[in-house]
Design a protein around this ligand. Structure first.
Ligand SMILES: C[S@@+](CC[C@H](N)C(=O)[O-])C[C@H]1O[C@@H](n2cnc3c(N)ncnc32)[C@H](O)[C@@H]1O
Length: 205
C-alpha cells in the first residue's frame, strides 16, 4: 500500500482534534494548500505543531499527499473540502493557533465578489476557530482583493494588524515561497502580506 492510499481523505467532522493527531500539540490550518509547498516546509520546520491542509481539488490533494513524507509529516492531515462559511464551522472551535490563507482566488469581476472567501460571516467563523491571540495570515497578489481584505478587517474590533502597516509588501523571515507566489513574482507582482491577531471573541463584540 502506498502513502497515498494510507492517508485519510477526511470527512470533516473534526470536533476532537486530539483523536485525529493523537496528541494535544497546537493546531494550525492552511486553507487552499494548492501544490503543498507551504505545508511541506512549515510542517517540517514545526514538528511540534499539528497542521490541517485543506484544498477543494482532488488533483491538488493528491499532489500534496504524494509530496509529503510519511516519516517526516506525521503532523499533517490533508482534507479535501470546499471551504465556505458553512464548512469552516466543522473545524474545532477556539482551538486553532494559526490560520493561513495564501493566495485565495481573487474573483476579479465585480459580479463575482460574493464568491470571494473573505466575507464578514467567514471572518466571524475564523474568529470562532482561532484561540484568543491566534494569528491569521492572508496573502494576495491582487490589488483590489488586498483593498477588499483591508476594508473587511478595518471595520472589525476583534482582529488587529500585527504590524504598524495594515499589510507588508516584503516577506518576513523564514518565509516559504509557494508555487503561486513564485509564478506571480515572475510576472512582476509584489504580494500583499496581511497578519492579524485575534484580540476578542465574537461574544465580546
Ligand atoms: C491560487 S491557488 C493558491 C495555492 C497555494 N496557496 C499557493 O500559494 O500556491 C488557490 C488554491 O485554493 C484552492 N481553493 C480555492 N477555493 C477554495 C475553497 N473554497 N476551499 C478550499 N480550497 C479552495 C484551489 O483549489 C487552489 O489550490
Amino acid at each position: 500500500m502506498n502513502f497515498e492510499e494510507k492517508r485519510d481523505f477526511f470527512e470533516i467532522n473534526i470536533d476532537d482534534a486530539k483523536t485525529v493527531f493523537d496528541n494535544t500539540n497546537p493546531l494550525h490550518l492552511e486553507i487552499g494548500s494548492g501544490r503543498g509547498e507551504f505545508i511541506y516546509n512549515k510542517a517540517m520546520q514545526n514538528p511540534d505543531v499539528n497542521f490541517f491542509a485543506v484544498d477543494v481539488k482532488e488533483k491538488r490533494i493528491k499532489t500534496i499527499i504524494r509530496r509529503l513524507d510519511e516519516n517526516i509529516h506525521k503532523n499533517v492531515k490533508v482534507i479535501k473540502v470546499f471551504i465556505d462559511s458553512e464548512t469552516i464551522t466543522k473545524f474545532p472551535v477556539d482551538k486553532i493557533e494559526k490560520i493561513y490563507l495564501l493566495y485565495p482566488d481573487p474573483w476579479p469581476k465585480k459580479r463575482h465578489y460574493r464568491r470571494r472567501i473573505i466575507q464578514d460571516d467567514f471572518i466571524d467563523n475564523l474568529n470562532r476557530l482561532l484561540k484568543l491571540s491566534g494569528i491569521l495570515e492572508i496573502t494576495t497578489d491582487h490589488q483590489n482583493y488586498a483593498e477588499w481584505i483591508k476594508e473587511h478587517f478595518d471595520k472589525r474590533s476583534d482582529f488587529e494588524p500585527i504590524y504598524k502597516e495594515k499589510y507588508l509588501r516584503n516577506p518576513q523571515e523564514n518565509h516559504i515561497i509557494t508555487y503561486f507566489e513564485e509564478k506571480k513574482r515572475a510576472e512582476g507582482c509584489i504580494p500583499y502580506y496581511f497578519f492579524y491577531k485575534k484580540i476578542k471573541n465574537l461574544e465580546e463584540l
